[in-house]
Design a protein around this ligand. Structure first.
Ligand SMILES: [Fe+2]
Ligand SMILES: [Fe+2]
Length: 282
């Protein structure tokens, strides 16, 4: 499979996401208590910083790898991450918080990424995005503020596709790697993921608790998401288009087998997620 469906997906996504963006009315007043607002803001500050990069080095590595369609899709992926960062900035203003100028975890992540080749960098992304998926699920389902729940749903819906995008490319990269080597790679990847999950759950524990997900529940859920994603790359060798079904999430209806998605994701339709995000906390 080529990356044409991905390019079509990323080109069409802004108009699909407009439903969310129109509904995000940041002029409202938050119902969060000052402590809850501080906890959520503290957490969003890290994501605002982490997702705002221009991806220049990443795109240069992709261009060197020589598939212009993939590079064009990756460019639009970077734009989506920048859009997330812009949304987090709006959320910080809404919560009366300032963005961070820098943070050690972001500096470490950027330094590590720059020292790696394209494949290793994508492996780091897959760790970060699969673990963070559970964080955005917690925001979507449990934040005691409908606007923050909607923000969680908005970002969650993109991240499911980002994970599929990385799986596709990585599975292609490892297709000819002997099974024994893949097992060793998988073991190393797991060590990194466990370390990252521990840092993430500790760093964001305040916001997670506000959303009703204590770190002891978040940690196994985040690692399960990583297990699904990494196995799709190294055990199953899944080359995925946008939302055709192999990276499954129990909460998300998938397209049926053989469904023609036309490069357009049916997995997270804006309407139902929007309604879900507006649901009151149980
Ligand atoms: Fe993101
Ligand atoms: Fe992402």
């Amino acid at each position: 499979m080529t990356y044409e469906p991905w390019l079509r997906y990323f080109r069409g996504n802004p108009s699909r996401q407009q439903t969310f963006d129109d509904a995000l009315d940041w002029s409202r007043k938050t119902p969060l208590t000052p402590i809850q607002a501080r906890m959520i803001a503290r957490s969003l500050q890290r994501f605002e910083l982490g997702e705002g990069g221009d991806g220049e080095k990443l795109l240069a590595k992709a261009a060197q790898a020589g598939d212009p369609v993939y590079t064009a899709a990756l460019k639009l992926f970077v734009v989506e991450e920048q859009k997330h960062s812009a949304l987090f900035l709006l959320a910080l203003q809404y919560l009366s918080a300032e963005p961070l100028a820098s943070h050690w975890s972001d500096r470490a992540f950027v330094l590590l990424r720059r020292s790696l080749g394209l494949r290793m960098e994508l492996m780091l992304f897959l760790v970060a995005e699969s673990l963070a998926l559970e964080y955005f699920r917690a925001l979507r389902d449990g934040a005691p503020d409908p606007l923050i729940r909607l923000l969680g749903a908005r970002v969650f819906s993109d991240e499911v596709e980002h994970i599929r995008f990385q799986i596709h490319r990585l599975a292609e990269g490892y297709a000819d790697t002997p099974a024994a080597v893949r097992r060793i790679v998988h073991a190393g990847w797991w060590i990194l993921a466990i370390g990252a999950a521990l840092v993430l759950s500790w760093d964001h524990r305040g916001a997670l608790r506000v959303c009703g997900v204590p770190p002891r529940r978040f940690l196994p859920a985040a690692l399960r998401a990583f297990a699904t994603a990494s196995s799709a790359v190294l055990s199953a060798g899944q080359k995925l288009g946008p939302s055709a079904g192999a990276y499954t999430d129990p909460d998300i209806p998938q397209a049926g087998p053989g469904a023609d998605t036309g490069g357009v994701s049916p997995a997270v339709p804006a309407g139902p997620v929007f309604q879900d995000a507006g649901r009151r906390r149980q």
